[in-house]
Design a protein around this ligand. Structure first.
Ligand SMILES: [Fe+2]
Length: 207
């Protein structure tokens, strides 16, 4: 079964690549047609550049001590967090043991129906567009990271959230890559289009 995503193929600027299965297939490989330049819309002409007036920004400024004392302690220390490698074959092992772990992973995923991969790829692409979300948050008045390394608790939270989120896409991407069940080239191309297109930010939602 070939699955296409979002667009009729006549709108696509690429020729689908034949995906060869390299292990005994329970189902055919899931192939994703990338979202192409055909849907990379021009940015809207009228976009708001501020999410709130200065007097409202002052409210967030006045809450910084509160955020430092009550919000930042909620962040889980990095040393206590799982990392993508926690759930993946260990490349530091001797090659044969590493290959055994990859084989075991593939055997587990071989039984999953294609539908699961549609969901997993959709989730992975969403997670991997993280640069867009950090950009979006940093358009917000009152909480934006003014320098990229601001000591404002709102900015510290945003960077820590981004760093924490970054693990999700990395794990999904590596897991799907090792599964051999999806066309990574097309997925990565879609992701490149997606991040390049950006996203209408919260700022545009406020009046
Ligand atoms: Fe996530």
């Amino acid at each position: 079964m070939q699955l296409t995503h979002c667009l009729p193929t006549k709108n696509l600027s690429w020729t689908p690549r034949v995906h060869h299965r390299r292990h005994s297939p329970p189902t055919s490989a899931v192939r994703f047609a990338p979202i192409s330049a055909a849907v990379t819309v021009s940015p809207p002409k009228h976009q708001k550049t501020h999410s709130m007036p200065p007097e409202k920004q002052e409210v967030f400024k006045s809450m910084e001590n509160w955020a430092t004392e009550n919000v930042l302690p909620l962040l889980k220390p990095v040393k206590d967090c799982w990392q993508p490698q926690t759930f993946l074959p260990d490349p530091a092992l001797p090659l044969e043991e590493f290959n055994d772990q990859v084989k075991e992973l593939r055997e587990r995923m071989a039984e999953l129906p294609d539908d699961y991969f549609v969901v997993l790829v959709g989730d992975m692409i969403t997670e991997e567009a993280l640069p867009t979300y950090q950009t979006m948050i940093n358009t917000l008045d009152g909480v934006k990271d003014e320098t990229g390394a601001s000591s404002s608790p709102w900015a510290v939270w945003t960077r820590a959230w981004t760093a924490e989120e970054n693990r999700h896409g990395d794990l999904l991407r590596n897991y799907l890559y090792l599964s051999g069940r999806v066309n990574m080239f097309m997925i990565d191309r879609t992701l490149q289009y997606l991040i390049g297109a950006g996203m209408v930010t919260f700022s545009s939602l406020f009046h």
